[in-house]
Each structure stands twice: as C-alpha cells, then as structure tokens.
Design a protein. Structure first.
Length: 146
C-alpha cells in the first residue's frame, strides 16, 4: 500500500517539476546566469539551460523505473527510493524558481527564501540517510526477535 502512495506522489511531483520548468523557461532571459562567484558570472543560453535541466530531471525520474524493475520484491526499498526522488523533485522546483528570480533583474531579498533552499537540501539528505538507518535497525531487531 505504501509503495502505491509513494508512486502516486512521485508521479505528481514529476508533473509539478516539468510544469515548473516550462513556466520558468518562459520567463528566462536569453542568457541565464547559473553561478555568480566573486564577480565572474557563469551563464548559459536559455535553451541550453532548459534542455540540460529537462534531461537531468528526466534521467533522475527514469531511475525510478529501473529501480522498480531491479528491486521488485523489496517494497520498502522501492518506497524509500520513490521518496528520495520526490525530495529531489522538490529541490528542483526550489532551484528552478531561485534561478528564475535571480535572473529576473528585480531586487529581491534572498534571505527570505534561503530556508527553503537549505531546507530542501536537508530534506534530501535526511531522506537519503534514512534508508541505511532503517536497514541497520531492521537487521538488528529482526535477528534478536528470532
């Protein structure tokens, strides 16, 4: 049951990321600044940014199908992996919106959204560390109860 719920939420998150990417793409300038480090700007073309981002999102979300085929019997791992990709999709939405706001040219107080950026990274890291902790916990307590 949990796998089906995670799968549905993953599918919705994938649609949200793709819709968000299309929305952000429509508002980007011709040259997209992706990094501003000490006065040197790293920028790529608008189309290059869109296609690279779409390829990255598509590749990561396609991993779900590969993992689902390899780990057919382990429903717990599949649920965890769906959740991991959901966290990544959330991070992508935050990142695309941040890049859009940065490139809009408007004055914006970035300290208002830094908790979202760092929160999405913390969410992904916490979820990624959750599986090893769960595996160790499951191994220790199933052996001792037998």
């Amino acid at each position: 049951m949990g796998v089906k719920i995670f799968k549905a939420v993953w599918f919705l998150s994938m649609l949200v990321v793709l819709a968000n990417l299309l929305y952000v793409y429509a508002g980007l300038p011709a040259e997209v600044v992706v990094q501003d480090e000490g006065g040197s700007l790293i920028s790529i073309g608008r189309d290059g940014f869109f296609y690279a981002s779409a390829a990255l999102v598509g590749l990561i979300n396609a991993l779900v199908f590969a993992i689902a085929n390899v780990f057919r019997k382990d429903a717990d791992f599949r649920s965890w992996f769906y959740g991991l990709v959901i966290c990544l999709n959330f991070f992508f939405v935050i990142t695309f919106n941040f890049i859009s706001v940065y490139n809009s040219g408007d004055k914006f107080d970035y300290s208002k959204i830094e908790f979202l950026i760092f929160g999405s990274i913390a969410l992904f890291t916490g979820w990624a560390l959750g599986w090893p902790v769960y595996s160790i916990f499951r191994k220790r307590f199933t052996k001792s109860s037998l």
